[in-house]
Design a protein around this ligand. Structure first.
Ligand code: GTP
Ligand code: SPV
Ligand code: MN
Length: 590
């Protein structure tokens, strides 16, 4: 199948370790895909959904203990521990290869090994990266076909000696005690074993496009970020692009395909979706920052997705979609909490048990039909707002970068950093409440620099240095903003309606980029003058508007203490500029 000797050798070596019954090369054809689906239907790995109502759609359940990324089992494996820094999990490469080999050994007996050549970014573009994933899971193959460019043309682009990331995945026993997600940036290699959940096993996504790519980007002078990319076209046809780094399950997919509400009349925008999760950005010959989305699909959160919150997502998932861990209805369609239509009278829940609304578990909690981190996998090309520049190798120029997270208190709806260096400080000290996209305690606030805490493939201090360095190289660096859609009132209700209404904040961000409005200087950054935000048709009381933008100095001083504790964890790798910014903020808050 390949004239690339090193690739051929590696596939044979890995097959020697895992002992599959056969090896199948994925060619990207519709025919092969259909055959794989058929095989997965016959084994129960997939269930075919009603082909009239949901053409091309399939259903999958993961194991019950395998429903989110497992950050504690995720390691960066470099020769020197100091290269991964104080907050990444580290394992020495010999130990990591040995531990994983013991699990991989013979684990594909009775199974097939699929070879998936894939490209992150358009095939053949100078800014794309090629990987080859070996897996014993048809579910993984079908997801990769949606999420990346797969097939023969990738092998052609690789030629007989091209560089590629060696990605090995095996389900083994799906045993949480025998699960490891290992990255070897010095070998351009990823090994993932013992899981069947998206972010752990679709190795082009977080593993290659963030952890390995961030390592490469540092060497090559570009950035690999956990960001959405969207364009906003004004009435004159002028399009400006914004990226946004929010932690997992904090609103990237929703914002990337936002539909402006009817009540927002003053200015009409058309939204163009470029990406919802990952941005690769580099300084182009014009000295500006340009971004591409290396993926071709969405792996999006289902609960809460409905025709009011995200109409474009609903249109995107009408066909050719893989639904994972949602509720299966008797008519072979799907449902999840807060979706459209009536709550079904019965169904089979994400665990595979008969389900009825309102049933309680042994702790008295309502049993959900869909897991809170249930997902859809769908081609970005099916999104009504997909950008016409998606496949353009230069990508799109970036006017503004948003940072954000879930903060019930403290952080205002939006503020702007004073400059690039201050913006990097805001990113370095970002914190957010934990969501169900990660294993761990829900709701706990944790620091998550640039939404990259679980995804940075090297020392976080060096990563922040890299941001500072690139900022100095740009002729006109994007402005950096912070947004928080999740502030609540005393009753715990969201103060801001969010979703489509977020256009009002994006409108202000663009006005700031175009020097059309002033702002109020506060200790933490510039906040809007209320009259500069279009609130027409929202019915938000003056008091709520005030609460949304209030900055409580006492609370911020407490936050500053937490920031200090977090930053000291990064130790001496932390750039001095970050301490400068800390000192300046401390002074402003006195
Ligand atoms: P990952 O795929 O894990 O990286 O998540 P994401 O950042 O793309 O988040 P997504 O857009 O899927 O949203 C996650 C959850 O946040 C969903 O349950 C949404 O309903 C909810 N959400 C998104 N945007 C808003 C908003 O503006 N306001 C509120 N209140 N909730 C939102
Ligand atoms: C995230 O958790 O940030 C996701 C989903 O986008 S996963 O691919 O599982 O990482
Ligand atoms: Mn994500």
């Amino acid at each position: 199948m390949t004239k690339h000797n090193k690739l051929d050798r590696w596939v044979k070596d890995m097959a020697g370790l895992c002992k599959p019954d056969s090896i199948i090369w994925i060619d990207g054809s519709e025919k092969q895909k259909k055959n794989l689906e058929k095989e997965a239907f016959s084994t129960g790995e997939l269930i075919q959904l009603d082909q009239k109502k949901l053409p091309g759609c399939v259903y999958h359940r993961t194991a019950i203990n395998d429903v989110a990324r497992t950050e504690n089992l995720t390691f960066i494996c470099t020769k020197r521990k100091s290269d991964v820094g104080p907050i990444n999990n580290w394992m020495s490469p010999p130990k990591a290869y040995k531990k994983a080999s013991d699990i991989f050994r013979g684990s594909m007996k009775g199974r097939k090994m699929y070879v998936i050549p894939f490209s992150m970014g358009p095939v053949g573009s100078p800014f794309s990266k090629i990987g080859v994933e070996l897996t014993d899971s048809i579910y993984v193959v079908l997801n990769m076909l949606i999420m990346t460019h797969v097939g023969r043309d990738v092998l052609d682009a690789l030629g007989c000696d091209g560089e590629f990331t060696r990605c090995l995945h095996g389900k083994a026993q799906i045993d949480i005690n025998k699960r490891l997600i290992l990255h070897f940036p010095e070998d351009n290699t990823i090994w993932s074993v013992g899981s069947g959940y998206g972010g752990n096993v679709l190795l082009g996504k977080k593993c290659l496009s963030l952890r390995i790519a961030s390592h490469i980007a540092r060497k090559e002078g570009w950035m690999a970020e956990h960001m959405l990319i969207m364009g906003l076209e004004d009435a004159n046809g002028h399009i400006q692009y914004i990226t946004g780094a929010f932690p997992s399950a904090c609103g990237k997919t929703n914002l990337a395909m936002l539909v402006p509400p009817k009540s927002f009349k003053k200015k009409t925008y058309r939204v163009w979706t470029v990406g919802d999760d990952i941005a690769w950005m580099r300084i182009d010959s014009d000295g500006c920052l340009w971004a591409i989305n290396p993926e071709t699909g969405f792996f999006g959160v289902t609960p809460g997705t409905n025709s009011l919150s995200n109409p474009n997502a609903l249109k995107t998932i009408e066909k050719n979609t893989i639904f994972t861990n949602v509720l299966l209805k008797p008519d072979r369609t799907v449902w999840w909490e807060d979706s459209d239509g009536p709550v079904p009278k019965k169904g089979i829940d994400w665990k595979g048990y008969p389900w009825k609304p309102g049933r309680l578990d042994k702790d008295g909690k309502v049993i959900k039909g869909a897991h809170p981190n249930s997902r859809f996998t769908a081609p970005i090309s099916q999104c009504p707002s997909v950008s016409f520049r998606l496949e353009h190798h230069h990508g799109v120029p970036v006017s503004a970068i948003m940072l954000g997270g879930r903060r019930a208190h403290l952080a205002p709806l939006v503020y702007e950093s004073f400059n690039w260096q201050h913006g990097v400080y805001v990113g370095a000290t970002m914190a957010s409440e934990r969501t169900s996209a990660q294993f761990g305690k829900l709701g706990e606030v944790r620091f998550d620099p640039m939404a990259m805490l679980p995804f940075c493939g090297y020392n976080m201090g060096d990563y922040l240095k890299h941001w500072l360095k690139l900022g100095k190289k740009m002729v006109k660096p994007p402005r950096i903003f912070y947004v928080n859609w999740f502030r609540v009132d005393k009753q715990g209700k969201f103060l801001w309606p969010g979703f489509g209404e977020n256009i009002r904040i994006l409108d202000w961000i663009l006005k700031r980029c175009n020097n059309e409005v002033g702002a109020i200087k506060t200790p933490i950054g510039y906040i809007p003058k209320i009259e500069d935000i279009n609130m027409s048709g929202l019915n938000l009381s003056k008091d709520i508007q005030r609460q949304l933008f209030s900055i409580n100095k006492k609370e911020w001083r407490e936050e500053l203490e937490r920031q200090y504790k977090f930053l000291t964890k990064l130790k001496n790798s932390l750039p001095k500029e970050i301490w400068q910014e800390y000192g300046a903020l401390n002074k402003r808050l006195k």
